[in-house]
Design a protein around this ligand. Sequence first.
Ligand code: ATP
Ligand code: MG
Ligand code: MG
Length: 352
Amino acid sequence: LPRIVVAGNGQLGQMLQQAGAPMQLEVMPVDPNGDIELGLRPDDVITVEIEHWSDSVSGLQLKQHPNFRNAEALYAVIDRQRQKALLDRLQVPTSPWVSLEAGDLQAQLESVGDKVIVKRRRGGYDGRGQWRWQQGDEPEAEWAGECIAEAMIPFSHEVSLVGARNAAGEKVFYPLTRNWHENGILRASVANLSVSAEQQKSAEEWLGRIMDDEGYIGVMAMECFVVDGKLLVNELAPRVHNSGHWTQEGSAISQFQLHLRALADLPLITPPVEGMSVMYNLLGRNWKPEWLQVPGVHVHWYGKEIRPGRKVGHVNICRPDAGSLIDSLKALQALVDDEDKVVFDWSIGQLQ
Ligand code: ATP
Ligand code: MG
Ligand code: MG
């Protein structure tokens, strides 16, 4: 098997490494911004867990390696303007948008709607690099050339699709996951709710079309808004994704293993999903040992320094059915910090 080298050494790289361990599949996360010789081998396969890095000594070795995967998809996705243009070209429905250019910003903003979200083209995540604008607000001159503007979508909820494609063009998907974001950051996901077959089918068809177009190999995630029961794509992530973390215990094949299977050209089969799961993000808070008393609880701690609002871990709660999952959620809710109890109210609400 090839060694998988991951550009980026945060939690996603760490979890890819954990997924490779049972098969002794070597996964080596590296800092792409370093100035060191990485000692890459010709048969290594290079993947990413982040989207931006510098042309450092290490960064260039990764990018220029003959087995650097998905350069085309990364090029298309790391800039929101190119990403939106890709969705339009492939006729994948997305919110109305414009690229903000020098000139009459007010008119450009108005052209997408009365309520608009302005997003920096590059480098934003967890809701950073975004501004809300509505009629009457003064546009910021520095948005021109740097940002896109898109219509604010009155969605009923948000879902995401995680899927994978291999070199032969075979594609597999998880069921749509329901997500709750607050201030642009994911608080929790619920998986294996019954979703309309039509939504699942459209989502798979669109993500499949995108991955095929880019000749993509590995896991890709697609975030969507649900409006009047129809899906509208918000954005793409060319990597394993936070809304797929529940698959670590909620499926016999996690998104991390699925990504490795695709990259190492191991058999790609539809990941079996039997019970139901909730993923609860730990944002700037520690976990507590007593949580482990609750059936179905699995703690994933990233070993990072705790800072306010920072993603430092997540907890998957996986049970065979909605009823037992609600029992576990209620038990865990009693043990978490007060500010996080709302996450459990939301999750339980989705399951009832
Ligand atoms: P991520 O960490 O997922 O990469 P991001 O910083 O790239 O996030 P987006 O996914 O674009 O940001 O937006 C974050 C959240 O803000 C969305 O999940 C959604 O809740 C809200 N949001 C973004 N765009 C819109 C929109 N056009 N209409 C309504 N809400 C939106
Ligand atoms: Mg994003
Ligand atoms: Mg997002």
